[in-house]
Design a protein around this ligand. Structure first.
Ligand code: FEO
Ligand code: CA
Ligand code: CA
Length: 651
């Protein structure tokens, strides 16, 4: 390991140096020599900090022997998987560097990060914790494909107070709770590339924070429903904050979609709710029966279901944010239903209708898609801004013969009638999981990301893992979830009827059964690719496509499944090399890969590094990533580029 404290040498961590060096405001004109020198200095540091070039590679025991595929542009040399390396590794000819990390200033007046003195006001001006979804929005706004300057939106899934604070106990202080609430939400920052190095501009007027306290609007069919009303909001149309945002998406009109996932963990004392429909639904979603481990309810009644039985109904939605307008109010779009949404992936159908795919990440839960009533308007951005309020929601059923159906989740259709106790569409959306149960949707192995191949139109669904199938009274294996002890997860490939995303039938097949291909007992399958062209992979989570239709797969939980750190892979989806799987990037100790995304020109790859040092404490961190020395681990977003900046990622 590098024993020096690299933090002292990092020009972009020193605010003065940072402001003087490569981060520039919109109207500044950087001195060319200064920028080049700063870039060169950073590049050397990036190499030692991130690729471990100055460190002895330790513990990488498997050499994935996949061969490059020139057909798809994937010609990089695959890296070794990692065991024990506390840095990010990328292939030869590539560099990775940090864009922003937990505690970095987001707003211009943000205080310096001091983990010993965090509270709501400080944290609400700084980059939040556990970054997950990353979206890149080119500047200037609308119809721009600028790949050198844009807005980066990053959501912050959850907090780990034992890693964030010194002296955290089961009775947290109000400052700690307020800092946690403020460390959730979303950060929007302006980012720019100079000579192959991305930095964020800490002084940009575009920067803003959305937290667990930011006021947002509730829109769509469930807005105003009695189940959405609380003592603080009798209208059922205004809610404070967004929580547990996992993946998300980006719309063709330039907004960010961020998906509220495991919101249940913040809401305590379900046993104190009156018995009935609302409590039963909260039980289906898993809100906390008694005291919560986070204890937010000790300070805020809205997290106590005995006192505010409807507040949790206002979480579990897809939230739409216009990053270009820091004064805009985020909107919870209830049309897409309430569950533990992993993602919200948008595609435009042939006729212009917009389709949003989403998975509900829980063992034995469902896959959804939403089809807008209106069509995308390429000429008028404003005309698209409320498209997501009206349309039809569907849930997936995977038949054993390789066909599938999208079942409408619509009040009055099928079993979703007044006779069966459903009140209206708001009720159906608030109790989405129960609607899926009634419709007979297929119970999946934790649906995570869903993405559409931009070349073929095929839809890829990631099921991250499920070791409980067939255990006790749980559902048995089925064609779409074929392994009982599915430790490593699988990926399903779907083709909509007529390759039309608005249609209600599809064909599907297993694309990948993940695991270690050297262990026949794991029953792996890589779309037909032979052993020498694939690598061990476990617990796929977030995926992304490049412009050539290659699938990029990030994992969350590979260490538990297979013993290697989480990693990012590139995978060929079409042609003779279909199924070829090559490791591209490995994570530091304890970290998960989140939010893989490309700039429009595919020359930059962004990734959120979530929970480095997971499972350890503030006093005894198991990782020092990214700053090294004596710093605590800090979740952060990194960029990857070809060395010296130019060239397509994967080449
Ligand atoms: Fe937050 Fe489903 O991963
Ligand atoms: Ca995830
Ligand atoms: Ca996950």
């Amino acid at each position: 390991m590098n024993t020096e404290n690299p933090k002292q040498n990092l020009p972009w961590l020193d605010k003065e140096a940072e402001n003087a060096a490569t981060v520039r405001g919109e109207n500044s004109s950087p001195d060319f020599k200064e920028v080049v020198e700063a870039g060169l200095e950073r590049r050397e540091l990036i190499k030692t900090l991130f690729t471990g070039a100055a460190m002895a590679a330790t513990g990488a025991i498997t050499a994935p022997s996949a061969e490059a595929s020139s057909l798809t542009g994937l010609t990089f040399k695959p890296i070794k998987l990692s065991q024990g390396n506390d840095y990010i590794d990328v292939p030869e000819g590539y560099d990775a560097g940090l864009v922003i990390a937990w505690g970095n200033p987001v707003t211009a007046d943000a205080p310096d990060f001091d983990p010993n003195r965090q509270n709501g006001p400080t944290q609400s001006q700084q980059f939040g914790y556990n970054c997950d979804m990353v979206t890149y929005h080119s500047l200037p706004m609308w119809n721009s494909t600028n790949s050198r300057r844009g807005l980066m939106c990053v959501n912050h899934e959850y907090t780990d107070p034992t890693a964030m604070f010194p002296n955290y106990s089961t009775t947290p202080t109000k400052d700690q709770v307020d800092a946690e609430i403020a460390a959730h939400g979303v950060s929007v920052v302006e980012v720019e590339e100079f000579f192959g190095v991305w930095q964020y501009n800490a002084n940009s007027a575009f920067n803003w924070r959305i937290t667990g306290e930011t006021e947002m609007m509730i829109t769509g069919p469930a807005a105003g429903d009695p189940l959405m009303q609380t003592s603080a909001d009798r209208t059922g149309t205004r809610v404070r904050g967004t929580l547990n945002n996992c993946a998300g998406g980006q719309t063709p009109w330039g907004t960010m979609l961020t998906a509220e996932e495991n919101f249940n963990q913040y809401f305590a004392n379900r046993n104190g709710m009156p018995a009935g429909v609302n409590r039963d639904n909260m039980a289906r979603l898993g809100t906390i029966t008694g005291v919560s481990s986070r204890r937010w309810e000790s300070f805020y009644d809205r997290f106590d279901q005995a006192k505010e039985p409807n507040e949790a109904n206002r979480f579990g939605w897809i939230v739409e944010i216009d990053p270009y307008d820091p004064n805009s109010m985020p909107k919870k779009r209830t049309s897409m239903g309430r569950c533990k949404h992993e993602c919200a992936t948008t595609t435009i159908a042939k006729n212009g209708q917009v389709v949003v795919y989403s998975g509900d990440d829980e063992r034995f839960d469902y896959v959804y898609k939403f089809v807008t009533a209106g069509v995308f308007n390429r000429d008028n951005r404003a005309a698209n801004m409320d498209l997501l309020d009206n349309g039809t929601l569907y849930v997936a059923r995977y038949n054993a013969d390789g066909t599938g159906e999208w079942l409408p989740v619509v009040f009055g259709t099928g079993p979703l009638t007044a006779t069966n106790g459903w009140r209206n569409q708001a009720d159906v959306l608030i109790r989405l999981r129960q609607a899926g149960d009634a419709l007979g949707a297929t119970r999946m192995d934790r649906p995570e990301d869903v993405e559409v191949n931009p070349v073929t139109g095929a839809v890829y669904l990631v099921c991250t893992n499920n070791t409980q199938r067939g255990v006790g009274s749980n559902p048995a294996t089925d064609a779409a979830n074929p392994r009982a002890n599915n430790r490593s997860g699988h990926i399903i490939e779907m083709v909509e009827a007529g390759n039309d995303h608005t249609r209600t039938t599809f064909n599907w097949q297993i694309f990948m059964l993940c695991g270690n291909p050297d262990d026949p007992a794991q029953g792996t399958y890589f779309a037909g690719a032979p052993r020498e062209k694939v690598s061990p992979i476990g617990a796929p989570d977030n995926i992304a496509f490049d412009n050539q239709g290659n699938l990029w797969i990030g994992t969350d939980g590979m260490e538990a499944a297979l013993g290697w750190h989480d990693a990012v892979y590139a995978c060929v989806t079409e042609g003779p090399d279909r199924g070829t799987l090559m490791p591209f990037m490995t994570m530091p100790i304890g970290a998960e890969t989140c939010g893989p995304t490309f700039t429009p020109d595919n020359e930059t790859f962004f990734l959120a590094v979530q929970h480095p040092g997971e499972g350890s404490t503030f006093a005894r961190p198991s990782s020092r990533w990214p700053y090294g020395g004596n710093d605590i681990p800090r979740p952060g977003v990194v960029f990857v580029k070809k060395s010296w900046g130019r060239g397509t990622i994967g080449s």
